[in-house]
Design a protein around this ligand. Structure first.
Ligand SMILES: [Zn+2]
Length: 242
């Protein structure tokens, strides 16, 4: 759970003192490298207030001990309490910030056009983000692949009247090949599908690519779809004068 601090971490300036309680009831002053920079729930920064409740956890191991400090976010629409964890070097009584809990996933905010094209895509993408944040990478990868399939198929169905049944049951690669005309989006979507297939299949072909490459390609695919949808709505709103 606790990683040793890096050299830079050990050299960081310790500028705040906190009074922390040991299991045996003793109070110790520990110098931490600052209050948490952001609330782990609303992900906004520098408005956390210390509750003054700080505990040194368990016995020191190899000269290090865990410190947990309880803070409260003071943004009115959040106000959550959270725990910031520090790793303390006992000999120096210096604590380095590790993380704050509970970690709420910062959901990717998709444009309205994408939300309108495929609400399912948005929902599955957010669930995949949650899985990824919980380090469930074996679940997150196939989740992103599924999200991509919904995005592309929902978009194609919306733009090709009467094809719903056909597209729904078609392989994603064939959908991209048969129904997408723009060469750029076709190239990006096809690559996203290749990487996505790697996340769901037993044999991994793109060994030097990972979930971040897949997410990057999903972003590009969504950007292209967004531009396509926005361009169409502008043309619809401003038809050529006859
Ligand atoms: Zn907050």
């Amino acid at each position: 759970m606790w990683a040793k601090p890096t050299v830079e971490g050990e050299k960081m300036a310790s500028n705040i003192s906190v009074s922390a309680k040991e299991t045996n009831g003793e109070q110790h002053v520990v110098y931490i490298d600052g209050p948490p920079q952001e609330c782990p729930v609303c992900h906004r920064g520098q408005r956390a207030e210390s509750t003054g409740v700080n505990y040194l956890i368990g016995k020191p191991k190899e000269g290090f001990q865990a410190l947990e400090c309880i803070y409260r976010c003071i943004f009115e629409d959040c106000e959550r309490t959270f725990i910031s964890q520090y790793l303390v070097k006992k000999s120096e009584r210096k604590g380095r910030f590790i993380r704050s809990l509970p970690e709420a996933t910062q959901k990717r905010a998709w444009d309205d056009a994408i939300k309108a094209v495929s609400p399912e895509f948005v929902g599955i993408y957010h669930q995949s983000q949650t899985a990824e944040a919980k380090e469930l990478d074996k679940i997150a990868g196939p989740g992103y692949r599924k999200a991509l399939e919904f995005l592309i198929k929902d978009w194609l169905i919306a733009n090709n009247v009467g094809t719903e049944e056909k597209i729904r049951t078609m392989f994603l690669g064939k959908c991209i090949n048969d129904y997408i005309d723009e060469s750029h989006i076709k190239a990006v979507a096809a690559r996203a599908a290749w990487l996505g297939n790697d996340e769901t299949h037993y044999y991994k072909k793109w060994t030097d690519k990972d979930i971040n490459d897949l997410k990057k390609l999903i972003e590009l695919t969504a950007n292209w779809i967004n531009i396509h949808e926005l361009s169409n709505s502008v043309v619809k709103d401003m038809p050529e004068e006859s």
